[in-house]
Design a protein around this ligand. Structure first.
Ligand SMILES: [Cu+2]
Length: 121
């Protein structure tokens, strides 16, 4: 009888540990990162969101045009914040401390190449 009780006790511990592990994995499933970009207008926004959404592991990408910050929801098992900054840089925009790809920038429409400061269009 005592042995059965002990086995039962260990089974309970095992179930607790396993379910804690599963919920931790679920919590990790999606992460959110906010990246400062050099986007200017609605067309920059559409271009960047499209490039990010086409990236494996990205669930959601939304640029706030007021502060040019890109909020990205992603699966950390498929991608990471550095790779996402790379996607933005390769689209022709600065991403935090990652500088834009000059070639991609030069291929942007002229109005999207203007500097951010005081540029309202
Ligand atoms: Cu633009």
């Amino acid at each position: 009888m005592k042995k059965i009780m002990r086995e039962f006790f260990f089974a309970i511990i095992l179930i607790t540990v396993v379910s804690a592990g599963v919920s931790a994995a679920e919590k990790q499933k999606n992460q959110v990162v906010t990246i400062q970009t050099s986007a200017i207008c609605g067309s920059c926004k559409a271009r960047l969101e499209k490039a990010l959404k086409a990236t494996d592991g990205v669930e959601e990408a939304m640029l706030n045009l007021n502060n040019k910050k890109m909020k990205i929801k992603y699966d950390p098992s498929k991608t990471d914040a550095d790779k996402l900054r790379e996607v933005i840089a390769n689209t022709g925009y600065d991403a935090d401390n990652v500088k834009k790809n000059e070639e991609a920038f030069n291929n942007l429409p002229h109005c999207c190449q203007k500097p951010m400061e005081g540029d309202m269009h």
